[in-house]
Design a protein around this ligand. Structure first.
Ligand code: N01
Length: 545
């Protein structure tokens, strides 16, 4: 596998032996956490495996990578100066543009001086006597801290497919989440790509335009909408900047962290004509949320959802000229139950003569061979293979670190039947450890920026509360945690989400328990709940002196 081209020497600065807070990860959540802790005059270090800030946007450099939330909404709200001075270029910014934003924030708030790059955290252990965490890194550093924050992201533990022969292929291989920093030139190459989630859907059109030949190996098709990306107009930037406070408030109170009109009707109570007009409007708008929230029951009623499914199927058949290829691209699971995608010319790409779709449901991959990929039907020869095969989502980055709580209990073992958290922020048995956008919170079902800021602010308030009241530890009670896990499951059971084999359910990782991991009750409701719990003296948490 071609690795990112940064050197892996350790940071030459000395790591402090003791701080108030250790943060793991210098992505958008770790950066904000550090900034807020500094405002409280607490000492903190951040350990980051990469060579720079940016997290997701540092690692995922595949061609065509963009965010599918609009730039003006996918940005920090904590600093009005930052909001006003930053100039976003595109409606849906590219990975380089978002990385530049993260780097700008790091410079502007002088964050890098407390971040140790090229440093992976390997273990963290809670010591009951001293009530501190001992955090260890791959370079042998050992730091004690009162608080331990995993700001490791929901989609950061990448995954190769479980296919025999991965090492056998003699050509170049790439994973979308570990793309070489200098980029890849596929000109003249025969390329195979496995995976048609968001990363595949975004990279396929760009690779197809460059490569001599591209073969897409698809196990499950994605629902994708055209992004209708464009450069931002000065007037819309000015308008947003003039109204940012009201917009941020609306974001916080919304379902997905993005203000949308509240639907009042069922998809089944309107005529087909009216419904298709509404779907058409959403399709034209280039916004996933507009489609998903067009009717009140799309996420909860199969028949209502089928109407959106039929609409998208008809779009695919209109765009893709070969009827068999079009049929192969039409998903059967309910719309929105696997993460839908936003694309630029995705379906159109299948009209190119140099692009071929292989349906793995019909002809599964048997092995990766020396020269390419062998399915049950034939062997395909390639110069390069791209794995767009996703992540051990939501829990992978947390359980990859050997985290030990009270009595040495392991987080990984404690979660063997699925993650157990209170509010997706903390877990019983792991005092003073916080997860930013952990399982059991809206996280991946929301505009991550909104959820990141909410969690960091909540954690900061909790630490302030402890310090103000002379308390040392905060930890959820087992009872509150079980009630929260039940609540998360109950909300999910009202929806169609559990009907798909998605990474939300852990279904993409063999042996991973099938549990719906994010909280589906909406960002606004969730925030209210978190605020109420804090206002009631951190109800459901044990606080000790
Ligand atoms: O990963 P995925 P991703 N044989 O898990 C297939 C966010 N994101 O990196 O569905 C054959 O979605 C797998 O097939 P199946 C976003 O939240 C956002 O694309 O398991 N195929 C699937 O098609 C997104 O959801 C943005 O049957 C195999 C694909 O690989 C999340 O990241 C951009 C296989 C994996 O898709 C993850 O997206 C990019 C096998 N053995 C990512 N194993 C934007 O903001 C896996 N697959 C736009």
């Amino acid at each position: 596998m071609s690795a990112p081209s940064h050197d892996m020497q350790s940071d030459s600065r000395t790591v402090p032996s003791s701080v108030d807070v250790v943060i793991v990860g210098a992505g958008l959540s770790g950066m904000y956490m550090l900034h807020k802790l500094r405002e409280m005059h607490l000492s903190a270090v951040v350990f980051e495996a990469g060579t720079d800030v940016g997290g997701t946007w540092y690692w995922n450099r595949y061609p065509g990578a963009r965010v599918d939330v609009e730039s003006l909404a996918y940005s920090y709200s904590f600093s009005e100066e930052l909001e006003q001075e930053y100039e976003w270029q595109e409606r849906y910014p590219t990975q380089p543009e978002i990385l530049r934003y993260a780097q700008h924030v790091a410079d502007r708030f002088d964050l890098r001086r407390d971040i140790f790059f090229r440093t992976r955290v390997t273990a963290a252990m809670y010591g009951e006597d001293g009530r501190t965490w001992l955090v260890r890194t791959e370079h042998g550093d050992a730091v004690t801290a009162r608080f331990f924050v995993m700001a490791t992201g929901c989609l950061s533990s990448s995954k190769l497919p479980e296919i025999p022969g991965l090492d056998r292929f003699k050509g170049a291989t790439y994973h979308t989440a570990h793309w070489p920093h200098e980029g890849v030139d596929f000109t003249g190459m025969r390329v195979g790509i496995i995976g048609t989630g968001s990363s595949g859907v975004q990279s396929i059109p760009v690779i197809a335009a460059q490569a001599a030949d591209l073969t897409v190996f698809q196990r499950t098709p994605a629902y994708s909408l055209p992004a209708r990306n464009r450069r931002l107009r000065p007037d819309e930037i000015a308008d947003m900047k003039a109204n940012y406070r009201a917009f941020r408030k609306a974001q916080k109170e919304s379902g997905f962290g993005l203000p949308t009109p509240i639907a009042t009707k069922s998809a089944l109570e309107v005529s087909e004509e009216e419904r298709n007009a509404a779907f058409e409007q959403a399709w034209e708008s280039g916004s996933l949320v507009n489609l998903l929230t067009a009717y009140v029951d799309l996420a909860i009623d199969q028949k209502a959802n089928d109407t959106a499914k039929r609409f998208i199927h008809s779009k695919i058949h209109q765009i893709v000229k070969d009827p068999q290829t079009a049929a192969g691209l039409c998903p059967e699971y309910p719309v929105g139950t696997k993460r839908p995608c936003l694309d630029t010319d995705y379906y159109e790409t299948y009209n190119r003569e140099n692009v071929h779709l292989v349906n793995l449901r019909r002809t599964p991959i048997l092995e990766i061979a020396e020269k390419g990929i062998r399915t049950s039907d034939k062997e395909y020869a390639f110069d390069a293979i791209v794995y767009a095969t996703g992540f051990d989502a939501m829990t992978g980055a947390l359980t990859n670190v050997d985290i030990r709580g009270r009595g040495g209990i392991s987080l990984k073992e404690t979660w063997h039947a699925g993650p157990r958290t209170y509010l997706g922020i903390s877990s019983a048995g792991f005092p003073n450890m916080f997860m930013i956008t952990g399982p059991g919170s809206p996280s991946v079902l929301s505009n991550m920026m909104v959820s990141i800021e909410q969690h960091v602010d909540w954690v900061i308030d909790a630490i302030e509360h402890l310090d103000h009241h002379g308390l040392t530890t905060i930890e959820p009670t087992g009872q509150a945690q079980e009630a929260w896990v039940d609540h998360v499951n109950l909300i999910a059971s009202y929806t169609l989400y559990p009907k798909a084999n998605s990474w939300y359910m852990g279904a993409n990782v063999p042996g991973k328990p099938r549990v719906f991991m994010p909280y589906a009750g909406g960002v606004g409701e969730y925030r209210k709940k978190c605020d109420e719990i804090a206002a009631q003296g951190y109800e459901g948490f044990a606080l000790s002196p």
